[in-house]
Design a protein around this ligand. Structure first.
Ligand SMILES: [Zn+2]
Length: 263
Protein backbone atom coordinates (compact mmCIF):
# COMPACT_ATOMS: atom_id res chain seq x y z
CA UNK A 1 0.00 0.00 0.00
CA UNK A 2 1.55 3.27 -1.08
CA UNK A 3 0.94 6.61 0.55
CA UNK A 4 -1.17 7.37 -2.51
CA UNK A 5 -3.78 4.76 -1.57
CA UNK A 6 -6.85 6.38 -3.10
CA UNK A 7 -9.36 5.96 -0.36
CA UNK A 8 -9.06 5.17 3.32
CA UNK A 9 -11.96 3.41 4.96
CA UNK A 10 -12.76 5.67 7.89
CA UNK A 11 -15.78 5.38 10.14
CA UNK A 12 -17.13 7.82 12.72
CA UNK A 13 -17.69 6.80 16.31
CA UNK A 14 -19.83 9.27 18.22
CA UNK A 15 -18.79 10.38 21.68
CA UNK A 16 -20.28 12.84 24.16
CA UNK A 17 -22.77 15.22 22.56
CA UNK A 18 -21.02 16.12 19.32
CA UNK A 19 -17.50 14.59 19.16
CA UNK A 20 -16.36 12.22 16.46
CA UNK A 21 -13.68 9.64 17.13
CA UNK A 22 -12.44 8.49 13.73
CA UNK A 23 -11.57 4.84 13.22
CA UNK A 24 -9.26 4.24 10.28
CA UNK A 25 -9.31 0.76 8.77
CA UNK A 26 -5.83 -0.53 8.03
CA UNK A 27 -5.62 -1.39 4.33
CA UNK A 28 -3.10 -4.09 5.18
CA UNK A 29 -4.12 -5.70 8.51
CA UNK A 30 -7.25 -6.64 10.44
CA UNK A 31 -6.75 -3.63 12.66
CA UNK A 32 -7.92 -0.08 13.19
CA UNK A 33 -6.38 3.20 14.23
CA UNK A 34 -8.34 5.53 16.50
CA UNK A 35 -8.03 9.29 16.09
CA UNK A 36 -8.74 11.42 19.19
CA UNK A 37 -10.53 8.84 21.37
CA UNK A 38 -12.03 11.11 24.02
CA UNK A 39 -14.03 8.18 25.35
CA UNK A 40 -13.08 4.48 25.32
CA UNK A 41 -16.50 2.86 25.63
CA UNK A 42 -17.89 3.65 22.16
CA UNK A 43 -14.57 2.64 20.56
CA UNK A 44 -14.52 -0.70 22.42
CA UNK A 45 -18.17 -1.28 21.47
CA UNK A 46 -17.46 -0.58 17.78
CA UNK A 47 -14.40 -2.87 17.77
CA UNK A 48 -16.35 -5.68 19.45
CA UNK A 49 -19.10 -5.28 16.89
CA UNK A 50 -16.66 -5.41 13.97
CA UNK A 51 -14.25 -7.95 15.41
CA UNK A 52 -11.10 -5.89 14.75
CA UNK A 53 -8.39 -4.87 17.14
CA UNK A 54 -6.85 -1.51 17.86
CA UNK A 55 -3.35 -1.00 16.44
CA UNK A 56 -2.53 2.65 17.21
CA UNK A 57 -3.93 5.88 18.61
CA UNK A 58 -3.38 9.26 16.95
CA UNK A 59 -3.92 12.44 18.96
CA UNK A 60 -4.27 15.96 17.54
CA UNK A 61 -4.29 17.91 20.84
CA UNK A 62 -4.52 17.58 24.59
CA UNK A 63 -8.17 18.41 25.32
CA UNK A 64 -9.93 15.77 27.47
CA UNK A 65 -12.70 15.19 24.91
CA UNK A 66 -9.93 14.06 22.51
CA UNK A 67 -7.64 12.04 24.80
CA UNK A 68 -9.84 10.97 27.75
CA UNK A 69 -10.37 7.41 26.50
CA UNK A 70 -6.66 6.63 26.01
CA UNK A 71 -5.89 5.05 29.42
CA UNK A 72 -8.86 2.68 29.21
CA UNK A 73 -8.07 1.73 25.59
CA UNK A 74 -4.48 0.96 26.62
CA UNK A 75 -5.81 -1.48 29.21
CA UNK A 76 -7.37 -3.44 26.33
CA UNK A 77 -4.69 -2.94 23.66
CA UNK A 78 -1.05 -1.99 24.35
CA UNK A 79 -0.63 0.20 21.26
CA UNK A 80 1.51 3.19 20.32
CA UNK A 81 0.01 6.58 21.19
CA UNK A 82 1.22 9.15 18.71
CA UNK A 83 0.74 12.84 19.41
CA UNK A 84 2.29 16.28 19.68
CA UNK A 85 4.91 17.34 22.18
CA UNK A 86 2.83 18.51 25.14
CA UNK A 87 3.22 17.62 28.82
CA UNK A 88 -0.58 17.53 29.10
CA UNK A 89 -0.65 14.32 27.00
CA UNK A 90 0.68 11.89 29.60
CA UNK A 91 0.00 8.66 27.68
CA UNK A 92 1.93 9.64 24.55
CA UNK A 93 4.53 7.02 23.55
CA UNK A 94 5.70 8.71 20.35
CA UNK A 95 6.08 12.42 19.69
CA UNK A 96 5.61 13.90 16.24
CA UNK A 97 6.15 17.45 15.02
CA UNK A 98 5.29 19.46 11.93
CA UNK A 99 7.21 18.14 8.93
CA UNK A 100 7.56 14.64 10.41
CA UNK A 101 6.13 11.63 8.66
CA UNK A 102 4.17 9.25 10.86
CA UNK A 103 4.78 5.82 9.34
CA UNK A 104 2.64 2.89 10.42
CA UNK A 105 4.11 0.63 7.75
CA UNK A 106 2.77 -2.65 9.12
CA UNK A 107 -0.70 -1.11 8.79
CA UNK A 108 -0.07 0.37 5.34
CA UNK A 109 -0.60 3.88 6.68
CA UNK A 110 1.56 6.97 6.44
CA UNK A 111 0.71 10.53 7.46
CA UNK A 112 2.49 13.83 7.17
CA UNK A 113 2.32 15.89 10.35
CA UNK A 114 1.22 19.51 10.09
CA UNK A 115 1.81 21.86 13.01
CA UNK A 116 -1.39 23.90 13.34
CA UNK A 117 -1.28 26.05 16.50
CA UNK A 118 -4.16 28.29 17.50
CA UNK A 119 -6.89 26.20 19.14
CA UNK A 120 -4.10 24.92 21.37
CA UNK A 121 -0.41 25.77 21.23
CA UNK A 122 0.74 22.25 20.29
CA UNK A 123 -2.14 21.20 17.99
CA UNK A 124 -1.16 19.00 15.04
CA UNK A 125 -3.01 17.52 12.06
CA UNK A 126 -2.44 14.21 10.27
CA UNK A 127 -2.54 14.30 6.48
CA UNK A 128 -2.22 11.28 4.21
CA UNK A 129 -4.07 9.04 1.73
CA UNK A 130 -6.15 12.07 0.69
CA UNK A 131 -7.48 12.45 4.23
CA UNK A 132 -6.94 15.17 6.81
CA UNK A 133 -7.51 14.57 10.52
CA UNK A 134 -7.53 18.11 11.87
CA UNK A 135 -9.02 17.81 15.38
CA UNK A 136 -10.44 21.17 16.47
CA UNK A 137 -8.47 23.39 14.07
CA UNK A 138 -10.78 23.27 11.06
CA UNK A 139 -14.48 22.41 11.23
CA UNK A 140 -16.85 22.17 8.33
CA UNK A 141 -17.90 25.79 7.61
CA UNK A 142 -16.00 26.98 10.68
CA UNK A 143 -12.91 26.59 12.81
CA UNK A 144 -11.99 25.91 16.42
CA UNK A 145 -11.95 28.50 19.15
CA UNK A 146 -8.62 30.23 19.57
CA UNK A 147 -7.78 29.16 23.13
CA UNK A 148 -3.99 29.31 23.09
CA UNK A 149 -2.93 31.11 19.95
CA UNK A 150 -2.95 34.46 18.22
CA UNK A 151 -4.90 35.34 15.06
CA UNK A 152 -1.57 35.37 13.19
CA UNK A 153 -0.78 31.79 14.28
CA UNK A 154 -4.24 30.38 13.75
CA UNK A 155 -4.82 32.02 10.37
CA UNK A 156 -1.41 30.70 9.27
CA UNK A 157 -2.49 27.21 10.41
CA UNK A 158 -5.71 27.46 8.40
CA UNK A 159 -3.80 28.72 5.36
CA UNK A 160 -1.55 25.65 5.64
CA UNK A 161 -4.65 23.42 5.52
CA UNK A 162 -6.20 25.43 2.69
CA UNK A 163 -3.13 24.75 0.56
CA UNK A 164 -3.68 20.96 0.62
CA UNK A 165 -5.27 19.39 -2.48
CA UNK A 166 -8.97 20.33 -2.82
CA UNK A 167 -10.10 16.70 -3.00
CA UNK A 168 -8.68 16.10 0.52
CA UNK A 169 -11.37 14.60 2.75
CA UNK A 170 -11.64 16.57 5.98
CA UNK A 171 -12.29 14.64 9.21
CA UNK A 172 -12.99 17.14 11.99
CA UNK A 173 -13.40 16.55 15.71
CA UNK A 174 -16.98 17.79 16.12
CA UNK A 175 -20.38 17.90 14.43
CA UNK A 176 -20.74 21.69 14.36
CA UNK A 177 -21.55 22.11 10.68
CA UNK A 178 -25.16 23.35 10.91
CA UNK A 179 -24.42 26.08 13.47
CA UNK A 180 -21.23 27.05 11.62
CA UNK A 181 -23.10 27.41 8.34
CA UNK A 182 -25.61 29.79 9.90
CA UNK A 183 -22.70 32.00 10.92
CA UNK A 184 -21.05 31.59 7.49
CA UNK A 185 -24.27 32.75 5.83
CA UNK A 186 -24.44 35.76 8.16
CA UNK A 187 -20.96 36.79 6.98
CA UNK A 188 -21.60 35.89 3.35
CA UNK A 189 -25.40 35.68 2.81
CA UNK A 190 -25.31 35.30 -0.99
CA UNK A 191 -22.80 32.45 -1.09
CA UNK A 192 -24.60 29.98 -3.36
CA UNK A 193 -22.38 27.04 -2.40
CA UNK A 194 -23.07 27.65 1.30
CA UNK A 195 -26.83 27.94 0.72
CA UNK A 196 -26.81 24.70 -1.23
CA UNK A 197 -24.69 23.04 1.47
CA UNK A 198 -27.14 24.18 4.18
CA UNK A 199 -29.95 22.26 2.47
CA UNK A 200 -27.79 19.15 2.34
CA UNK A 201 -26.63 19.56 5.97
CA UNK A 202 -30.17 20.09 7.27
CA UNK A 203 -31.29 16.93 5.46
CA UNK A 204 -28.41 14.88 6.93
CA UNK A 205 -28.95 16.19 10.44
CA UNK A 206 -32.71 15.58 10.26
CA UNK A 207 -31.82 11.94 9.50
CA UNK A 208 -29.28 12.00 12.39
CA UNK A 209 -26.41 11.38 9.99
CA UNK A 210 -22.91 12.93 10.13
CA UNK A 211 -22.14 15.84 7.80
CA UNK A 212 -18.48 14.74 7.80
CA UNK A 213 -16.13 14.16 6.20
CA UNK A 214 -16.21 17.33 4.20
CA UNK A 215 -13.75 18.11 1.42
CA UNK A 216 -11.25 20.92 1.35
CA UNK A 217 -12.64 22.08 -2.02
CA UNK A 218 -16.07 22.55 -0.43
CA UNK A 219 -14.57 24.27 2.63
CA UNK A 220 -12.70 26.74 0.43
CA UNK A 221 -16.06 27.75 -1.08
CA UNK A 222 -18.23 27.85 2.07
CA UNK A 223 -15.96 28.41 5.06
CA UNK A 224 -15.39 32.11 5.82
CA UNK A 225 -12.36 31.29 7.99
CA UNK A 226 -10.60 29.92 4.90
CA UNK A 227 -11.58 32.98 2.88
CA UNK A 228 -10.22 35.85 4.93
CA UNK A 229 -8.72 37.28 1.70
CA UNK A 230 -12.07 37.20 -0.14
CA UNK A 231 -13.40 40.77 -0.66
CA UNK A 232 -16.93 39.78 0.47
CA UNK A 233 -15.63 38.31 3.73
CA UNK A 234 -13.22 41.23 4.29
CA UNK A 235 -16.05 43.71 3.75
CA UNK A 236 -18.38 41.90 6.19
CA UNK A 237 -15.62 41.78 8.83
CA UNK A 238 -14.87 45.51 8.34
CA UNK A 239 -18.56 46.40 8.71
CA UNK A 240 -18.76 44.27 11.86
CA UNK A 241 -15.59 45.81 13.32
CA UNK A 242 -16.51 49.33 12.20
CA UNK A 243 -13.02 49.97 10.88
CA UNK A 244 -10.77 49.04 7.96
CA UNK A 245 -8.83 45.81 8.41
CA UNK A 246 -5.41 45.00 7.01
CA UNK A 247 -4.40 41.50 6.07
CA UNK A 248 -5.71 37.98 6.51
CA UNK A 249 -4.81 37.63 10.21
CA UNK A 250 -6.66 40.78 11.22
CA UNK A 251 -9.75 39.73 9.25
CA UNK A 252 -9.52 36.28 10.81
CA UNK A 253 -9.25 37.77 14.33
CA UNK A 254 -12.41 39.83 13.83
CA UNK A 255 -14.33 36.87 12.36
CA UNK A 256 -13.27 34.56 15.20
CA UNK A 257 -14.30 37.09 17.88
CA UNK A 258 -17.60 37.69 16.02
CA UNK A 259 -18.31 33.95 15.94
CA UNK A 260 -17.50 33.66 19.68
CA UNK A 261 -20.40 36.05 20.37
CA UNK A 262 -22.73 34.69 17.68
CA UNK A 263 -25.96 33.00 18.75
ZN1 LIG B 1 -10.21 20.98 21.54
Amino acid sequence: MSIHAPHLDVRPVRAFSDNYIWLIDSPRAEALVAVDPGDAAPVIAELRLRGGSLAAILLTHHHPDHIGGVPELLRHWAVPVIGPEDARIAQRTRTVRGGDRCELSELGLSFEILQVPGHTVSHIAFWGHGALFCGDTLFSAGCGRMFEGTPIEMSASLTKLRNLPPDTRVFCGHEYTAANLRFALTVDPYNGAALEYLTQVDRLRAADRPTLPSTLGLEIRVNPFLRCDDPTVVWAAEVHAGRPLKGVAEVFGVLRAWKDQFR
